[in-house]
Every structure is written in C-alpha cells, then in structure tokens.
Design a protein around this ligand. Structure first.
Ligand SMILES: Nc1ncnc2c1ncn2[C@@H]1O[C@H](COP(=O)(O)OP(=O)(O)OP(=O)(O)O)[C@@H](O)[C@H]1O
Length: 560
C-alpha cells in the first residue's frame, strides 16, 4: 500500500514479509477450495457409474475431509498473521505519535485537550489496527479466494460462474456506494467521543471543581446530553454498518439460490457431481463474502482515524533529531538575544553568566515561565536567539539540551513508580554513589532509609501518597541528578517554606550550576546575583545585586 500522509507506511519492514505470507495463505486457501471441488465432483460422479468402486469413493471422501482440515488450519494461521501485521503497524504508529508529541512545542501542546489526545492514542489506533489486521489482510485473502472460486466455478460450469460473478459485483458496488455516508457518520461519532473524553478528562480529578463547587447535578446533565449525542451518532453509524454487513450476507444466500436454479437447468449437461461441487464452492465463498462487509466498515473507520491522526502529525514540531548536532559541554552561560514570543515576550536580551543565580520576577503573565520554557527549549522563540554556552538551542538536538537542563516546576510532578525510578528519571545512568549523594544533599537519606522498601518504595501518581515535604525534596533531587549545567526553578515561592530555606538553599550553596529562579520573595531577590524584572513581556530591568560570583559565595553570604 502506498504511504499516504505522515502516518507510517502499512507495508514497510517486516510487515512486507507478513503480507507476503498472507497472500501465500490466500493462494493456498484457494487451491484447497479447488481441491475440494475437484474431489467432490469426481467422488459424486463415481457414485453414478454403472459399477460403483467403494474404495475410490472413500478415497475422495477422505481427500475432502483432509482438505477441509487444511482449510481450517489455513484460516487460523491467516487470522494470527493478520493480527501480527496489525499490531506491528499499531506499534509503529503509536511510537510515531509519541515522538511527535514529545517534539511538539509545549505552547502548541497546551492548547490540545488531554481527553482528545487519549482518544487518539486509544480509539483511533484501534481503528488502524482493525483495518490492517482484520480489513486489509482479510481483503487480500478474500480477494484471492473469491477470484479463484469464480475461476473454479467457470471450470465447472460457465453459466453458474457468470451468475455468481454478477451477484458478487452487485454486492461490491453497493458496498462502495455506502462508503462516503459511513465515513461521515464515523467522523461524527469520533467527534462526539472526543468531546465526552475531553469533558471527563477535565473533570475526573481528585479535587475536581465539580465536587468542590457542588456542581454535580449540572455536570451530570451535561454528561447526559453528551452521552445521548454520542449514542445517536453511534446508533446512526451502527445502522449503516449493519446495512454494509447485511449486503454480503444477502449476496451469499442469493448465490446459493442462483447456483441451485442454474444447476437445475444444467444438471443434464453437467451432471450431479458438477452441481454438488459448485454448491460446495459457493458454500466456501460464504466466509470471504461475509468478510467483505466488515472490511468496508473497517476501511471507513480507518479513513476517519487516518485523517485525524494525519492532521495531528502534521503539526510542526521543534527541529531535532539526528539532523541537528548535540549540545557541546560547557559551564552554563545562558544568553537571550532579542528574543520575542508572540503574546508573551518582546525583544528580551539578557545574560546569565555561568554559575550565577538569577531571580526572575514580575507580575502574573509577565512572561517569567516563558523565559524558562525558552531556556529548556520547550519551544523556540518567534524571533531572536537563545544560546547556552554560545550554542543556539534551536540548532541543537533536543535530547542533549534536556540533559543539560534541570527543571523544578509545579507542572512537573513525580510519576507513578518507584522512588529510584523518579530520582533517576532525568539521569538514567546515575550510579548508586550519585543517588546517595543527591539523597544526602536533599536530606532524603533518613526518610528513605526509614521506608521498608527504601528506594524501591512505589509511589502513586504525582507522589500523592507522600508527605508534601518529602515530595518536594524528591522533586529537587530529581532535577539536580546528573549535574545539569542550567537549573530552572519555576514558581519557587509555591514550594514549601522548609524546602525554601533548607533543601534548595543547600543545593544552591553547593552547586556551580547556573540557576534561573522565578520568585518575588525578597529573601531570594537579595540572595540572587542578578534580578531580571519583567513587565508585560518586556525586560524592565536587570538589577545586579552584587558583583557576579559563584553561588556558593552568594548563599553563604546572605545566609539562606
Ligand atoms: N501556550 C500558550 N500559548 C499562547 N500564549 C500563552 C501560552 N502560555 C502562556 N501564554 C501567554 O503568555 C504570556 C506570558 O505567560 P507566562 O506563563 O510566561 O507568564 P508568567 O509571568 O509566568 O505568569 P504567572 O506568574 O502567572 O505564571 C501570558 O499572557 C500568557 O497568557
């Protein structure tokens, strides 16, 4: 199949081999059906000889039974291979979506609803799998089987074959005509599902505004309306899909009637053996014909999912990957040069010398988080350049940038899993000594040692089952593991007082890391080497609180 749009090609890599196997299987099924027809014809013709030879008839009966078993095995093998093909395609597409998602600028991603993204990752991917494993694969086998069966029928009796071919052509034309209306219904159903997933995704939080503000009744009726729209779309889609499935069912029954009628007219010339063989072949056509209806439904679902996923995959991502060189090591000198971001920053220029502590301050919406986002290359500026150690971030591989930058933010919670996994999430190659060092630095060693499973203790999503102070310290420890040359701390004032004056201060006192800290706390502002004050997206002032020197000196001096 030709590659269309940004989705992976269906027939690429090992999937080509699987498809070839399926085609061979289809040919084998067709050959088996032909064998059954031949054995039936000869067997029954043998019964009409003046002298019936029982051994010959029995040999034909045995051949029919063996071929029947072979057909059963081939169909089983076909389904398994088809599922393998579908799953392989699903994995390739899932990974492409995941990579795309991770390379999207965070400002673009923020506008996407989580619930709708989940629909993409679950429902749309299932639609792709249905088409590749149950649609495309079945179509290949069914087409070979149907064409071969018509060929066998033509060999048995041309009139019967012509009737069968005509009936199949009518069925296929009807299916093709119903394709577009079904596509529209599938899109409508998908939209209704997306809306409901977006709504539920937003509301199903532990501290949902629904519960806290007593809006259960209103939200329930909203859910009811969404559910009934979803139900209407689903029923309307199911009605058309049922019609598509009924067409081949009817065609299959009509075929039997046609073969009987044509056979009666032809029995004198062709003989009973031919008639019985033709009925058997038509009977064997039953399964591939019925599959045709399902295949058409899968195809329309696939088209809808492909179009939606394709649109998502076409969103421009941050340039990254092998095309761009990794960031070279350096001491951590950050420079913003005439940087603008639409709606957030206007021509901001500032420098953070290596090892300095910079407090970024300003009122809400002034652009503080945007500066941090640029420094971590969560998105690129619309104009201007962000450089780390003289290297423009937009021209370097994302992974190497993220390895150089540690971040602490209320938007970066702990993840479900062990404490060790969380600690080493940024620096996965960290050894036990480095872990012990970070634990010591963040005063976590005693708290972790007191846990029965120590570092292997599993924590809930967002670390919700941990005391707040422990959670905060783990977040700090995770950010400083692997010695980032730039540490970004968003909304430092929201962090616990204990951490502010304890863990974080110790981190600052010890590291030579360059730090950008978003704060309005006077203590931090006077502790910093420089203060970047933002106002409505403009850098209002850069105030150097003292000569820039190492953070060790700074923190000790102001005694935080
Ligand atoms: N994803 C986005 N797309 C478009 N505009 C955005 C996006 N995120 C933030 N903005 C806008 O950019 C401006 C600066 O936002 P930013 O979050 O950097 O401010 P801030 O100083 O960190 O504010 P706060 O202290 O409230 O977090 C705001 O006007 C905000 O509405």
């Amino acid at each position: 199949m030709k590659r269309r749009g940004p989705l992976p090609a269906v027939l690429a890599g090992s999937r080509r081999g699987l498809m070839a196997w399926l085609l061979a299987n289809g040919i084998a099924q067709a050959a088996t059906m032909a064998g059954i027809a031949i054995a039936t014809r000869h067997g029954f013709d043998g019964l009409h000889q003046p002298e019936v030879v029982p051994n010959v008839v029995l040999a034909h009966a045995a051949a029919i039974a063996v071929l029947g078993l072979a057909l059963m095995w081939l169909r089983m093998a076909e389904r398994t291979t088809a599922e393998r093909l579908g799953q392989s395609y699903l994995t390739a597409t899932r990974l492409r979506l995941f990579d795309h998602l991770n390379n999207l600028p965070s400002r673009v991603l923020q506008k996407r609803t989580q619930g709708v993204l989940m629909v993409r990752f679950v429902a749309d991917l299932n639609a792709l799998n249905d088409w590749v494993s149950r649609g495309l694969a079945r179509l290949a086998v069914a087409a070979i089987t149907i064409v071969s069966a018509v060929g066998v029928l033509a060999w048995l009796d041309p009139l019967i074959a012509a009737c069968v071919a005509g009936a199949i052509a009518v069925a296929v034309t009807t299916l093709a005509a119903a394709g577009s209306p079904l596509y529209l219904r599938v899109r409508e159903l998908r939209r209704a599902r997306g809306r409901m997933a977006a709504n539920l995704g937003e509301k199903l939080n532990v501290y949902s505004p629904v519960r806290v503000f007593g809006r259960t009744r209103g939200e329930r009726s909203r859910l009811q309306k969404q559910s009934s729209r979803l139900a209407q779309a689903a029923v309307s889609q199911a009605r058309l899909a049922a019609l598509l499935r009924a067409v081949p069912d009817a065609a299959s029954t009509i075929l039997t009637a046609l073969v009987l009628a044509a056979g009666l007219l032809r029995v004198q010339q062709a003989g009973w053996g031919t008639l019985l063989a033709a009925i058997l072949v038509v009977n064997l056509l039953d399964s591939p014909l019925r599959d045709l209806g399902r295949i058409f439904v899968f195809w329309q679902n696939f088209r809808a999912a492909r179009d939606v996923l394709g649109g998502f995959l076409r969103l421009p991502t941050l340039a990254s990957g092998r095309r761009l060189p990794p960031l070279s090591p350096g001491p951590g000198h950050l420079a913003l040069d005439q940087v603008s971001v639409a709606g957030a920053l206007t021509q901001v220029s500032a420098e953070a010398p290596a090892g300095s502590l910079i407090a970024v301050t300003g009122s809400s919406g002034a652009g503080k988080s945007t500066i941090l986002g640029l420094a971590a290359r969560m998105f690129d500026p619309d104009q201007g350049t962000v450089r780390l150690d003289g290297q423009a971030l937009a021209e370097h591989d994302l992974t190497s940038i993220r390895q150089a930058v540690g971040m602490i933010s209320p938007d970066l919670p702990l993840l479900r899993g062990s404490i060790r996994r969380n600690l080493t999430y940024r620096a996965s190659a960290a050894n036990d000594a480095e872990i012990a060092d970070a634990l010591q630095l963040c005063e976590l060693h005693q708290a972790i040692a007191a846990l029965p499973r120590g570092l292997d203790t599993r924590i809930a999503e967002r670390g919700a089952d941990l005391p707040a102070a422990l959670r905060q310290r783990l977040i700090v420890a995770r950010a400083v593991m692997g010695e980032p040359r730039l540490l970004l701390i968003d909304d430092a004032d929201a962090m616990l007082d204990e951490v502010r004056t304890g863990t974080l201060a110790r981190v600052l006192r010890r590291r030579g890391t360059t730090i950008l800290l978003v704060t309005s706390d006077p203590q931090w502002l006077s502790a910093a080497d420089a203060v970047w004050r933002l106002d409505a997206g403009q850098l209002e002032s850069v105030k150097e609180t003292k000569h820039l020197h190492t953070s060790e000196h700074t923190c000790a001096e102001v005694n935080i």
